[in-house]
Design a protein around this ligand. Structure first.
Ligand SMILES: Nc1ncnc2c1ncn2[C@@H]1O[C@H](COP(=O)(O)OP(=O)(O)OP(=O)(O)O)[C@@H](O)[C@H]1O
Ligand SMILES: [Mg+2]
Length: 221
């Protein structure tokens, strides 16, 4: 299954989501490859840190400019693609063969507008295709305080956009995401009992209800 994690805005959490999701799928014993189509190469860099630190399993990251639809479709297991506005050609290629598109959206109005524009790009990429991917948006970097309304408002606004599903599972703004990314570990590896880990499991379970993480040797954290 080809899952493209994309949107137009920078810093919304695409690379963070691909990295954590790929490791979560591996913890469920699923074969996974990832594609980093972003010239910034964040995913390739974090994959390199993980390998240098000797954490297992390593993450397979193909780092390239073009998405090469045939190449994406070639892998038998789960394929995760990280792509943003810096590579619009690669984004269109990846969208054209996607089974699913996941859109992380930070809680702000400009991010909702950018998501709306992004949906236009998805439609262009799908023009003439007889198969549509499932498109799922969710709020990333949600405020942890219930009193702050931006996340609810963003979710409501996303719910009004046509052709997408909005996941009720949010990922909150938590420092553990930054720390774990810089160390080459998933949040649930670095701090398995944290709120971030719990939220991430709920999120990943909602996306892949048929998979369950198995028990495995812990990486040194
Ligand atoms: N839920 C979160 N809580 C806290 N920090 C987060 C969260 N999600 C992402 N971040 C942090 O925000 C920064 C940007 O995230 P990330 O690099 O994943 O975004 P991106 O969409 O891939 O950005 P770009 O468009 O630049 O490629 C990183 O430092 C990351 O660790
Ligand atoms: Mg990125």
């Amino acid at each position: 299954m080809i899952t493209v994690v994309a949107n137009l805005k920078g810093g919304s959490g695409k690379s963070t989501v691909v990295f954590n999701l790929a490791l979560w799928l591996q913890s469920c014993a699923q074969p996974v490859v990832t594609y980093d189509l972003d010239p910034q190469c964040t995913l390739a860099d974090v994959g390199a840190v993980r390998r240098e630190e000797g954490y297992t399993p390593p993450l397979q990251v193909y780092q390239q400019d073009t998405a090469l639809p045939d190449q994406l479709a070639y892998h038998p297991g789960e394929v995760l693609v990280d792509v943003g506005a810096a590579n619009m050609a690669g984004m269109r290629d990846a969208l054209s063969v996607a089974d699913r598109v996941i859109i992380p959206v930070p809680p702000s109005q400009p991010d909702v507008w950018a998501t709306q524009r992004f949906l236009g790009i998805v439609e262009e990429a799908l023009a003439g295709k007889d198969r549509r991917p499932q498109i799922q948006a969710f709020v990333n970097r949600a405020d942890t305080h219930r009193a702050v309304r931006e996340s609810d408002e963003t979710e409501e606004a996303l719910g009004m956009l046509e052709g997408i599903d909005v996941l009720p599972q949010r990922l909150c703004q938590r420092t553990l995401y930054r720390r774990s990314l810089s160390e080459g570990l998933a949040v649930f590896e670095l701090s398995p009992r944290s709120k971030a880990a719990e939220e991430f499991h709920d999120f990943a379970n909602a996306l892949y209800p048929d998979y369950r993480p198995g028990r495995r040797k812990r990486n040194p954290a």
